[in-house]
Design a protein around this ligand. Structure first.
Ligand SMILES: Cc1cc2nc3c(=O)[nH]c(=O)nc-3n(C[C@H](O)[C@H](O)[C@H](O)COP(=O)(O)OP(=O)(O)OC[C@H]3O[C@@H](n4cnc5c(N)ncnc54)[C@H](O)[C@@H]3O)c2cc1C
Length: 510
């Protein structure tokens, strides 16, 4: 089904390979500008994690406190994680509006929605301002039903938005309106989010890295953080995490007792003593004691076709919109400027106890699900050659939203749980974390309820978490595939797939 293509961590995503190749041409010295850490160093703010969240946060610190010494630690290379592997959908959260209302109330939900909407434009403006060729295309995003069972899944969000005068943020589409954007024999009605965009995700990530280096941020790639303030990776359940206001700033950021971070790299062991710390670990957070029970890790895989611009014209998909079906195990797909389709999703596999291993990067079977999705949605493209496949971990929280907080009594600030939807939201996340780290309690971003939310509900401990996640997700994927064939999945499969909803989590089909 993949035509011999096998996803592997070693080859990296097509996005990142392209971005690194362009970077090497533009500036051959840039790759080596972030050497591994060896020995002890100090910082006003240390950032752990060189994905979008960590890099937006570091960037914001340089804006809020231009003289601050900022050190960023990344185990791989910046953008080597999901920030350089994702689908490149830059969405706002208007489709999450009912959940936001439930969690934060109407006024706060609207404020958060506006902040996420602005973040989409901020990505585009940042790329333009810094000459980053990130293909920012604000052509909106279409969610289309691909089976009767998927019809109207967007209605609760559409109706809640309409009730608050925001009906233009998510607009229902008739089958004809869907066809006018893209012709699939299985698409029915849908909903269109005009405020969404797409990007070349890895070019954006590497562009952020370049700008950070230009601003004097010290970046250490190939540098794995193994201990933070006495807590070690993998010591799950040792301490609890609690969202609270950051300690007041005294002298250096955060307080008198520095945060001590220990690292390891090919260059040797290292240590950073910092006034405050930002943890931007995404799925890797599941291995740290503060967050382990609050996250389920899950893989998402993408495949990329050869360039087929004429075939895209045949199916009328030339407007650059992002497209997704309306499964819970959704397929998300977008085009590239040279006329390829990149499609992801359709299932995936659960991680065990915070370990981010090869199940997230090397599963041909999970990549094949994405390819199967392409062939179901566009049977006319069956003969199209798949040129690449890759995967990565996503960090699922109980309500499908990230949360931001600080370790009780310590200037250590964190944000994770984007649940596979962090490209745009990480701009806001980075701002929250930066404001916290430098003690700017008056920063408008800290007025958002998102900055002060309670942590989401905990998942059961292992091995129940892994077994439950796997059972329910497999049941959901099987149920949705059966429903797509117009058959009845039966009561048992339907009820198992609903289990997480029944247990009070905002996850899984209903
Ligand atoms: C296949 C796929 C498709 C996706 N598609 C979309 C999409 O279209 N739109 C969307 O909005 N979202 C999408 N997502 C999710 C999106 O990629 C993430 O939400 C987003 O990249 C999160 O950014 P981040 O900086 O928080 O995390 P990451 O990019 O994961 O960055 C975390 C970094 O921390 C580093 N790290 C971890 N542990 C340590 C340690 N101990 N020491 C040092 N460094 C460490 C990691 O190496 C990693 O680089 C997708 C994800 C995947 C996997």
């Amino acid at each position: 089904m993949l035509g011999g293509v096998r996803p592997t961590a070693a080859r990296r995503s097509w996005w990142l390979r392209e971005a690194l190749a362009a970077e090497a041409v533009a500036d051959p010295h840039l790759a080596a500008a972030a050497p591994p850490l060896r020995g002890t160093t100090t910082a006003d703010v240390v950032v752990v994690g060189g994905g979008y969240t960590g890099m937006w946060a570091a960037l914001r610190v340089t804006e809020l406190e231009p003289t601050a010494r900022v050190v960023l630690l990344e185990a791989d290379i910046c953008g080597g994680g999901p920030s350089g592997r994702n689908g490149g959908f830059v969405t706002n959260w208007w489709d999450e509006f009912p959940t936001l209302i439930e969690r934060y109330g109407v006024d706060e939900a609207i404020a958060i929605g506006h902040a996420m909407e602005a973040a989409v434009d901020e990505v585009g403006a940042f790329a333009t301002a810094h000459g980053i060729d990130a293909w920012f295309t604000k052509a909106g995003s279409l969610s289309a039903s691909a089976a009767p069972a998927q019809d109207d899944g967007w209605l609760p969000a559409v109706e809640a938005l309409r009730a608050h005068g925001l009906g233009d943020r998510l607009v229902p589409q008739t089958p004809d309106e869907v066809r006018a954007r893209v012709q699939s024999p299985v698409f029915r009605g849908g909903a269109f989010m005009p405020g969404a965009a797409t990007v070349q995700p890895a070019t954006l990530a590497r562009g952020l890295r370049r700008v950070l280096l230009e601003r004097g941020v010290t970046i250490h790639e190939g540098t794995t953080t193994v201990e933070i303030d006495g807590q070690r990776r993998g010591m799950l359940g040792a301490v609890g995490a609690r969202a609270r206001r950051a300690p007041r700033r005294r002298g250096t950021f955060g307080g008198d007792r520095p945060v001590r971070i220990r690292t390891t790299s090919a260059a040797g062991d290292g240590e950073v003593l910092a006034g405050s710390a930002i943890l931007a670990l995404n799925a890797w957070a599941a291995a740290w004691p503060w967050f382990g029970r609050r996250l389920v890790t899950w893989s998402s895989y993408m495949v990329l076709t050869e360039p087929i611009p004429e075939r895209l014209a045949d199916i009328g998909w030339t407007g650059g919109e992002g497209v997704a079906d309306a499964r819970f195990t959704l397929h998300y797909l977008r085009t590239t400027p040279d006329g390829r389709i990149a499609i992801g999703g359709g299932g995936g596999a659960a991680g065990y106890s915070g370990r981010i291993g090869r199940v997230f990067t090397d599963s041909t079977a999970d990549a094949a699900r994405a390819a199967a999705g392409l062939r179901r949605l566009f049977p006319s493209l069956r003969d199209v050659h798949i040129e690449d496949a890759w995967g990565g971990p996503i960090d699922i929280s109980a309500d499908h939203l990230p949360w931001f907080g600080s370790v009780a009594g310590r200037p250590i600030h964190y944000g994770q749980g984007y649940s596979g939807n962090g490209v745009g939201p990480s701009v806001v996340g980075g701002r929250i974390l930066a404001a916290r780290a430098v003690g700017r309690e008056d920063d408008p971003v800290l007025a958002l309820a998102l900055a002060h939310g309670r942590p989401p509900r905990a998942f059961p401990p292992e091995p129940a978490r892994y077994a439950g996640a796997r059972l329910i997700r497999e049941a959901a994927a099987r149920r949705e595939s059966i429903e797509e064939r117009g058959e009845d999945p039966g009561i048992v499969l339907r009820e198992v797939s609903r289990l997480s909803r029944r247990l009070g989590y905002h996850l899984g089909p209903d």
